[in-house]
Design a protein around this ligand. Structure first.
Ligand code: 5GP
Length: 128
C-alpha cells in the first residue's frame, strides 16, 4: 500500500477545524496557512483538502480540478505574500518533503513556500 494515509495527522486535524491555523487563502480544494515555526520571513504551507499523503500520491490520484486549484492557489499565495517574480517580488523556494529520505514530518502533502530573504543553496553539499 504505497499511499497509506493517517487521518489523525496534524494537517488533517487542521482541515477538520480541530486545531486553529493562520489562514492565508482557502479555496474549494486547497488551504494555505502560515507555518507555525517559520524558517523565513515568508513561510506558508499549501495543502490539498483531499487525503493525500505526499506529492507523488497527490500527483498520481488527485482530480484535474484539485491539481489546477492547488497550483493556482500556490501562484496566488506567492502574489499575496509579495515573493512572486512579477512587480518587484524577489523570488521564493517551493519545497515538498516526502517520506523517510525526504524527512517528511507531517504525512499530509504540503508545499512549503519560503521567501522574504536570500535562501542560500538548496542542499548543503555535505548532506549528499
Ligand atoms: P515537513 O517536515 O513535514 O515537510 O514540514 C512540516 C511543517 O509543518 C514544519 O515546517 C512545521 O513547522 C509545520 N507544522 C507542524 N505542526 C504544525 C501546526 O500545528 N500548525 C502549523 N501551522 N504548522 C505546523
Amino acid at each position: 500500500m504505497p499511499f497509506a494515509y493517517d487521518a489523525q495527522n496534524i494537517f488533517a486535524r487542521i482541515l477538520r477545524g480541530e486545531i486553529p491555523n493562520k489562514t492565508v487563502l482557502e479555496t474549494a480544494h486547497t488551504l494555505a496557512f502560515h507555518d507555525i515555526q517559520p524558517q523565513a520571513p515568508v513561510h506558508v504551507l499549501v495543502i490539498p483538502k483531499g487525503s493525500y499523503a505526499s506529492y507523488d500520491h497527490f500527483a498520481a490520484e488527485a482530480s484535474d480540478a484539485e491539481i489546477v486549484d492547488f497550483n493556482r492557489t500556490v501562484a496566488e499565495v506567492c502574489r499575496m505574500t509579495g515573493v512572486h517574480l512579477g512587480e518587484g517580488g524577489q523570488g521564493f523556494r517551493a519545497i515538498t518533503n516526502a517520506g523517510e529520505h525526504g524527512v517528511q514530518e507531517v504525512p499530509h502533502y504540503h508545499l512549503h513556500i519560503l521567501g522574504g530573504r536570500p535562501l542560500g543553496r538548496m542542499l548543503a553539499r555535505s548532506e549528499s
